[in-house]
Design a binder for this molecule. Structure first.
Ligand SMILES: Cc1cc2nc3c(=O)[nH]c(=O)nc-3n(C[C@H](O)[C@H](O)[C@H](O)COP(=O)(O)O)c2cc1C
Length: 409
């Protein structure tokens, strides 16, 4: 959410606090000093254009922050190419909480303990899922580079940051549809096509990808189930927004300036937020406050993301504290998202409910969302990742990424 992107909804043009009048006036003032009152209108327009250029309005998806999306099939070291695939994985708040140690016959994946989202992920569930997503991409990229992989999860009990040891050996090169989808997969926060249901057979095929004994996929396809999960998600969004710590920790990963995006190459940005081109352009020119961000997030959830979902889904596990199950759930999500991309489907995680459940657990709050979500799931299962699915109406835009060279130990 990502902050979720809907979250990034910027100010509305009717809000007197946010219309570009202030900036135009400032630019106009400069124009008056330099060339007289007659240049006022021109100077205002020029200032706005300059601000638009500086804010990246005309540069969507370009620059160093987006170069990793084109690096996947570039010629180079085969082992490093696996890391180039891993960094393109889905990950919570685009924190990219990973580090890699690379040698010719082995890659080690570590958690970067500095890249967390605080009260939004107090039990580090989402960090483990994100690392699982990266691991899945890495493994899928092996055969494409002529490398077979053998994975040992959490190989040293004494080091909780050591996520996986991946041994490599030469094999015949082979690509796969899931590998081919890696550079085209993007979280889609736009409206989905409400005239098209996703066929039950298609949902079953995606469910079959979640295939470990303790990790399963649950679909919410009936009207009553969809309404119940949608309502719960809206209520969880409100709860996050009104929880000062969660809201602040969420907003900390929001990147608003083009320069910051190009430098940090991470975080939540306006381009993939699902907003219209006009709103995206405006919010690159006018900084969005935390309050505006929250209001926009809730509004987008209420008017676009929940109502246009063809179905909702939940990846559930037996034990949400078990890190092996979390990593398997992350691998399953990445696989599911790649397969959905290959099939022309759109998906978006909507994890507000699990985020509130973890907040209730860690802060000792009443088990409101914990109880309500349990009522929607098979007994003895717990949701670690919840999402929506549907047919796209627009092209989902890419998020920034740090390239492989910036995440090596
Ligand atoms: C564990 C996890 C939780 C996520 N939660 C949300 C969410 O609640 N809302 C949302 O819009 N995106 C969510 N995302 C998607 C990330 O924000 C997204 O993967 C990241 O910003 C990178 O963008 P990309 O997937 O388009 O490459 C989640 C992803 C993961 C792996």
């Amino acid at each position: 959410m990502t902050k979720r992107p809907g979250q990034e909804v910027p100010p509305t043009a009717s809000d007197p606090e946010t219309v570009p009048r202030t900036r135009l006036s400032r630019r106009a003032l400069l124009g008056m000093v330099g060339a007289g009152v007659g240049t006022l209108a021109v100077a205002g327009a020029a200032g706005l254009t300059w601000k638009a250029v500086e804010g990246g309005v005309f540069a969507t998806g370009t620059g160093p922050a987006y170069a990793a999306w084109d690096a996947l099939d570039a010629p180079g070291d085969a082992t490093l190419a696996l890391v180039s695939a891993a960094v393109l994985a889905a990950n919570a708040h685009n924190t990219q909480p990973w580090l890699f140690w690379v040698s010719p016959d082995r890659i080690d994946l570590f958690a970067d303990t500095t890249r967390t989202i605080g009260a939004m992920d107090p039990l580090l569930r989402e960090r483990d899922l994100s690392l699982g997503c990266a691991l899945e991409n890495l493994v899928l990229a092996g055969p494409a580079q002529g490398l077979a992989t053998t994975v040992a999860l959490l190989p040293e009990a004494s080091d909780p940051t050591y996520i996986a040891r991946i041994n490599l050996r030469a094999t015949a090169a082979a690509t796969s549809p899931l590998y081919a989808a890696i550079a085209n997969r993007h979280t889609d926060r736009n409206a989905y096509d409400t005239s098209r249901a996703v066929a039950p057979a298609q949902l079953d095929a995606l469910g079959a990808l979640v295939d470990t004994p303790d990790v399963r996929l649950v679909w919410f396809t009936r009207d009553a189930e969809k309404a119940a999960f949608g309502e719960l998600t809206l209520r969880a969004t409100e709860a996050i927004i009104t929880d000062p710590q969660q809201s602040t920790d969420d907003y900390a990963w929001y990147r608003s300036s083009w320069e910051e995006i190009q430098t940090k190459k991470d975080g939540i940005t306006i381009d993939p937020s699902g907003q219209s081109a006009l709103i995206r352009a405006l919010s690159k020119i006018i900084p969005v406050t935390q309050q505006q961000n929250n209001d926009g997030w809730l509004n987008g959830m209420r008017t676009i993301q929940v109502p246009t979902a063809a179905a909702f889904g939940a990846i559930v596990v037996r034990n949400p504290a078990d890190r092996t199950q979390r990593l398997a759930a992350g691998r399953a999500w990445q696989r599911l998202h790649l397969s959905a991309t290959d099939a022309g489907l759109a998906v978006q995680p909507l994890c507000q409910v699990p985020e509130r459940i973890d907040r209730e657990t860690s802060a000792g709050l009443p088990a409101d969302f914990t109880t309500a979500m349990a009522a929607l799931l098979p007994s003895g299962t717990h949701a670690v990742m919840t999402f929506r699915i549907g047919y796209p109406t627009m092209t989902a835009l890419p998020s920034p990424r740090r390239p492989a060279s910036e995440v090596l130990l």
